[in-house]
Design a protein around this ligand. Structure first.
Ligand SMILES: Nc1ncnc2c1ncn2[C@@H]1O[C@H](COP(=O)(O)OP(=O)(O)OP(=O)(O)O)[C@@H](O)[C@H]1O
Ligand SMILES: [Mg+2]
Length: 221
């Protein structure tokens, strides 16, 4: 269970302090899914970074199965990222010196949860089987995105944090890949927090939130 309670985050900029999150609350029960929407710049990626422990909140609490992230040191946060979550970010962050096969297995190996049969299955479902010996620079944007999804799910993390890429993908291929993400997250038994601009995709998730002016609101329908 993920609980975010009254989280605030501001950034220091050349123009002064920029408040981005101004008291964000949300809950995501284990195994459930939540679509996070909101205009560009509303703080969606910032919130995902806080939950991933990549940045720290200024105030408020983020609880994972009742345990606050705030109290954890850097090593514990690194372990949380390695073992607890799967990340699919807007930049795919694949490791350029590793093949697709090694990228897929990378986090699961670190977490000591490498399951070759599950990774082969993921590769097959994601259409990556013919590409396993290639390197990230030899892949299209959509193919890289599919590797990032496979890597995030390979360790069957309790929580998947996915930030819909807005870059190179056209809407149709982006939605096709994200539909696959939804199916595979279900099979992995993970919870999903998905940032998306697609109403159609969001409608397939159990819960929806809209980030506006630094706070979450139930999605306007
Ligand atoms: N490290 C940083 N330093 C200063 N400002 C930042 C930093 N990171 C984000 N911001 C600002 O915080 C605001 C929220 O950014 P964020 O990336 O969370 O938005 P977003 O909702 O993910 O937008 P998009 O849909 O375009 O991805 C933006 O105004 C951004 O410029
Ligand atoms: Mg973003």
């Amino acid at each position: 269970m993920l609980i975010v309670e009254d989280v605030h985050k501001a950034f220091a900029t050349a123009q002064g302090r920029l408040p981005v999150l101004r008291g964000v609350d949300l809950q995501l029960p284990r195994g459930s899914s939540l679509a996070l929407m909101g205009e560009s710049g509303s703080g969606k990626s910032t919130l995902l970074h806080l939950i991933a422990g990549l940045e720290r909140a200024d105030s408020g609490r983020i609880l994972i199965d009742g345990e606050p992230l705030q109290g954890r040191g850097e090593a514990e946060l690194a372990r949380w990222r390695r073992e607890g979550i799967g990340l699919v970010f807007q930049q795919y962050n694949l490791i350029g010196s590793l093949s697709v096969a090694a990228n897929l297995a990378f986090q699961a190996r670190l977490a000591e949860r490498h399951d070759p049969a599950w990774v082969s299955y993921l590769a097959e479902r994601l259409g990556l089987t013919p590409l396993l010996q290639r390197y990230p620079e030899q892949l299209s944007g959509g193919q890289q995105q599919r590797v990032a999804i496979g890597r995030a799910l390979a360790s069957r993390p309790s929580l998947v944090l996915a930030d819909e890429p807005t870059g190179s993908l056209d809407e149709t291929s982006s939605e096709t890949v994200l539909e696959l993400l939804l199916e595979l997250v279900g099979e992995a038994g993970s919870s999903l927090l998905l940032v998306t601009h697609s109403e159609r995709l969001a409608a397939r998730l159990a819960h929806h939130l809209y980030l506006h002016l630094g706070r979450v609101q139930p999605r306007e329908s």
